[in-house]
Design a protein around this ligand. Structure first.
Ligand code: C2E
Ligand code: CA
Ligand code: CA
Length: 676
């Protein structure tokens, strides 16, 4: 062995230089070598020499050998050295050794050395397998979080933690550009120092732009944002396009990267994921290309899902701002405001919805500004603290003689996370609040139907005795199945649906009416949100809607203003407005529904319409379905009532006669003078 070591000491440089000349003839290996700077190549050769000497060390235990070979194999896998070429290159190395030092070394030592070289290769291949397994594992975990993604912020936090833990990835960041095209990091994993890579990149002001005409727009992020494809930096030290980030990359030990757009098929990206490797040439080997492609496909699924979520119209929020908001949630900066919910049947307010606000210096932030930027833990803190505050306020109101119910928003994540349930139970206990006094509002914007686990958690809330409300019905895509299956006490119709404008008013009222009927037939109460006019409020009452919430009744207000507001009872009752176009349309919607039902009984209906006795005819028609206040009394109203009834009974709702009569009625409703 000693002669072998001496021979190696003498000739290793030659062996290694020749070896790299040969390697440069293998197509895939050449590509990797070409990516290296002169220094990097020299460093690599040096390492190779050390390695050859170490293999000749008689004291090398097989355990040490395995560890060393696995380490090198992992690097080879991560830089994307092709597996077949690895095996071939080991053959070349062995040949060179025989040729260049074989004559000076005894056969026994040489064959021992050859055996070590062979097992070295085997260990390296094992390391390849480990990297591949890690890739599989990462893809599986990402599939799961893509599938369960509730909010953008939560998703990217999970994504960086999975990707950051992957073998091939030293650091990972995610972000989006603002309106000026400046890229902001929103989440990150890995990197040196406190706050990790994101803090470094932000603090040093290494601005990144996504604009082609911007000097900072030529990096992988900018190119990926514009092309919609994965874009790579194979070596920060040699790639002229990324010269301006060369120093920070070197300091942080980042040698190469890939920027992967998160984009729904055929759509512009919504965000960019950046993976960094500690080695040059990261992410260009065939396995890695396949891995990145799969990853991008998975991310495209999440893009389609998240695009419909609130989180994405807000633009990027830098990590520092998110952290600031997260801190505000956990301090006295959280202020719950309360918006009265009106019971339409009696014009009373016995319940308020608690809505979160964050005091940030002079500004009072609303949920639209901060909610989507909160992580899942921040949301839990918001829920627990918000609920605590609301129950405190409730206790004060109770002491002043007002026993108000409280409605609190439950984020979608609460159905996957028992901590919310625990927080609710604890808060009720601590505040000695009867559970029926608390309603939890669950957003609709989750996936099509609830999983077994989510149902179970809803069941626990129910068993606790709190009321449940389906929030924002009509804003998401859950559909009617969810309405039927889930144990909600209340349905809150989203304000987009109740939002009544111009020509669409008739249809909007029809939808509200049908949802109300459906809700009632399922044993649920129905509330309309976003009620911002007295006419609409009255129309909703006519449609039989149970509750209303909106600026017309009151805006959300601080706790200490609420009692004063409730004291001013005049403002609470449904304002006694006169007739309006909306109230007439609402009456018509109810009448129309009854007329349709009548039309399903053709025999009875015809008998009624064709009776010889005019007085009986009118009396019967009015008893069944009064055309009443749809229009002011008069000949036109009577004629329209008759024509519409005939049209629907004889021809049905799709007949031309019905459509023509309907058009006449609409004109008459808009033209009729309104009572003062
Ligand atoms: P939401 O649950 O649908 O709450 C009603 C929102 O509509 C409130 O906005 C309220 O101010 C607004 N609003 C009420 N009446 C009207 C109206 O007549 N016209 C219009 N245009 N808007 C009206 P806010 O307080 O900004 O809350 C927005 C959303 O943020 C809420 O929608 C809810 O989903 C969420 N949110 C609010 N507080 C919390 C909270 O403590 N925790 C969680 N997880 N989410 C919350
Ligand atoms: Ca709500
Ligand atoms: Ca709502």
């Amino acid at each position: 062995m000693q002669t072998l070591i001496e021979a190696l000491r003498k000739s290793a440089v030659l062996v290694v230089n020749r070896f790299y000349e040969e390697l440069a003839r293998l197509p895939k290996s050449r590509r990797i070598l070409e990516m290296l700077s002169a220094e990097e190549l020299a460093h690599l050769k040096d390492r190779q020499i050390q390695n050859l000497l170490a293999l000749a060390d008689p004291g090398l235990s097989s355990k040490e050998h395995a560890a060393m070979a696995m380490r090198i194999g992992r690097i080879h896998a991560v830089v994307g050295l092709d597996k077949e070429e690895l095996v071939r290159s080991r053959g070349i190395l062995q040949e060179l050794l025989y040729k260049l030092i074989g004559r000076d070394v005894g056969g026994q030592a040489l064959s021992l050395y050859a055996r070590r070289l062979t097992s070295d290769t085997a260990w390296q291949l094992k390391a390849y397998q480990a990297v591949e397994d890690s890739q599989q594992d990462v893809l599986q975990r990402i599939t799961r979080i893509v599938w369960e993604a509730g909010s953008y912020t939560h998703f990217i936090d999970q994504l960086v933690s999975v990707l950051g833990g992957h073998d091939e990835v030293t650091a990972c960041t995610i972000g989006r550009p603002d309106e000026a095209g400046i890229f902001h990091f929103e989440a990150g994993a890995g990197g040196s120092g406190e706050g990790g890579l994101v803090a470094v990149l932000t603090a040093h002001g290494h601005e990144i732009s996504v604009r082609a005409d911007h000097p900072d727009g030529q990096g992988a992020v900018g190119r990926a944002w514009r092309s919609g494809h994965a874009e790579r930096v194979v070596n920060y030290q040699t790639d002229p396009l990324v010269e301006r980030w060369r120093d920070v990359a070197a300091r942080e030990g980042l040698r190469s990267s890939v920027a992967i757009p998160i984009a729904a098929p055929g759509h512009a990206p919504i965000a960019i994921v950046m993976l960094f490797s500690a080695y040059p040439g990261g992410f260009v080997g065939p396995d890695q290309v396949a891995f990145i492609e799969l990853l991008q496909t998975l991310l495209s699924c999440v893009a389609s899902r998240l695009q419909t979520h609130d989180g994405l119209h807000g633009g990027a929020v830098p990590v520092s701002v998110r952290q600031h908001w997260a801190a505000l949630v956990r301090t006295g900066a959280l202020e719950m405001h309360y918006q009265p919910l009106l019971t339409l049947a009696n014009g009373q307010v016995s319940k308020v919805e608690a809505l979160a606000r964050l005091r940030d210096g002079e500004r009072l932030l609303t949920p639209d500004e901060f909610l989507f930027a909160l992580s899942s833990d921040d949301l839990l803190a918001l829920f627990a603290r918000g609920l605590g505050q609301a129950l405190d306020d409730r206790a004060r109101w109770l002491a002043a003689g007002h026993d108000l119910e409280i409605s609190v928003n439950l984020p979608p994540a609460a159905l996957n996370d028992l901590r919310y349930f625990d927080a609710a139970r604890e808060a009720l206990e601590t505040h000695a609040c009867p559970s029926r006094r608390l309603t939890l509002e669950v957003l609709e914007n989750e996936s099509i139907s609830l999983s077994h686990g989510q149902r179970a958690i809803l069941g626990k809330f129910r068993a606790l005795g709190v009321l449940l409300a389906q929030d924002d019905l009509g804003s998401g895509h859950s559909g009617l199945a969810r309405l039927r299956e889930l144990p909600f006490d209340w349905i809150k119709i989203d304000r987009e649906i109740a939002h009544i404008a111009g020509d669409a008013a008739l249809d909007a009222l029809r939808v509200v009416y049908q949802i109300t009927r459906l809700g009632h037939s399922l044993g649920k109460l129905v509330l309309a949100e976003g009620v911002d006019s007295a006419d609409l409020l009255k129309a909703l009452a006519l449609l039989g809607v149970d509750g209303a919430q909106g600026y017309e009744i009151a805006r959300p207000m601080p706790a200490d203003e609420l009692l004063g507001w409730i004291g001013g009872a005049a403002r609470v009752s449904v304002a006694p407005v006169g007739e309006s176009v909306l109230t007439r349309l609402a009456r018509f919607v109810v009448w129309e529904e009854r007329a349709f039902i009548l039309a399903t009984l053709p025999e009875a209906a015809r008998g009624l319409l064709d009776s010889d006795d005019a007085a009986a005819r009118t009396a019967l028609a009015d008893a069944l379905i009064s055309f009443g206040d749809i229009l002011p009394a008069g000949a036109e109203r009577d004629a329209l009532q008759r024509d519409m009834l005939h049209a629907v009974v004889k021809g049905g709702r799709h007949s031309e006669a019905w459509q023509a009569a309907l058009a006449r009625l609409m004109r008459a409703i808009s033209a009729a003078p309104l009572a003062a």
